[in-house]
Design a protein around this ligand. Structure first.
Ligand code: ATP
Length: 279
């Protein structure tokens, strides 16, 4: 069986509190995009993972492996799976590639083993080892709160043309949160306004409310984030912003032609870039 694991972007991302257990509460609108990893999976006695990216672990450190263990543990089956993971989503890029792979693995195992678990149940299994996994189970457009695992599904957006680009390694997520904790003032992020704009299918309203509380921090240390944004905005993007804890930047474009032409421009400037759409 083949399952697709789609990447996400964050239309807004805000940190709204720090909890006693050290985790941060966030408030974010996540959106699935058409870029995906491929998961080829079949029943087997043990859990065996192979991948096309040599630097990704294939043991317990891989979220796909964790998904298998958690699934079999939850349903009480002594099962296994042979999984080929074809990575197309950039790794450690703020696009939730690993979480999406885990979610796709849970969906696939549920079908292969005919366990008929509900999406809510798969979300619960996923949340036990990754806060972004519940969103990735259903995908689409959603408001995510708590540590990211409390999902409110939103109406789907009209299809938007998106370019995703990056120029190197990002900062570690714990370092970003430490920086957030040390700052006295942070950029104001209007997630409630974003939710209203989505309900109204108001593209201009959506674009004007793009906001990511991590962006300033990352841009200070990774200047390519600001450079990519400038290139996107100078080449027809309605709006551009960093996704997740970065360093990927996405731009929203009026049409495919403008988006593809900006992709070429970014590549010519030495950046990694590709065109996709919201789904
Ligand atoms: P997020 O947007 O949720 O913060 P990310 O896109 O920044 O995630 P990922 O690509 O999901 O980051 O993964 C980052 C780390 O997780 C890497 O160190 C990688 O080795 C490890 N990892 C574990 N499983 C996977 C997987 N299936 N795919 C990619 N990375 C994985």
């Amino acid at each position: 069986m083949t399952e697709r694991a789609y990447a996400k972007i964050n239309l807004t991302l805000d940190v709204v509190g720090k909890r006693a257990d050290g985790y941060h509460d966030i408030k974010t609108v996540m959106q699935t995009v058409s870029l995906y990893d491929i998961i080829n999976i079949e029943r087997s006695e043990n859990i065996v993972i192979t991948t096309n990216k040599h630097f990704i672990p294939t043991d317990r450190r891989n979220l796909v492996y964790k998904a298998c263990e958690s699934f079999f543990g939850s349903v009480g089956i002594k099962g296994g799976a042979k999984i080929e993971l074809i990575k197309r989503i950039p790794v450690s890029a703020g696009l939730a590639g690993g979480s999406s792979d885990a979610a796709a693995t849970l969906r696939a195992l549920n079908r292969i083993y005919k366990t008929r678990l509900s999406d809510d149940c798969l979300c619960e299994i996923g949340a036990s080892f990754g806060a972004d996994i519940p969103f990735c189970i259903g995908g689409g457009t959603a408001l995510c709160e708590g540590i990211g695992d409390i999902i409110t599904v939103l109406p789907s957006l009209p299809k938007m043309n998106v370019v995703i680009s990056s120029g190197g390694e990002g900062m570690s997520t714990p370092a970003m949160y430490a920086e957030i904790d040390s700052r006295t003032s942070l950029r104001n992020i209007d997630t409630d306004g974003m939710v209203s704009a989505i309900a109204a299918r108001d593209i201009a309203g959506i674009v004007s409310r793009l906001g990511n509380v991590f962006e300033d921090i990352c841009t200070e240390r990774r200047p390519f984030v600001g450079k990519i944004k400038s290139i996107m905005l100078a080449n027809g993007a309605f709006g551009a912003q960093m996704s997740g804890s970065g360093p990927s930047v996405f731009g929203i474009f009026p049409d495919k032609e403008t988006a593809v032409s900006c992709t070429h421009m970014l590549k010519k400037s030495g950046y990694f870039a590709f065109y996709c759409t919201t789904i």
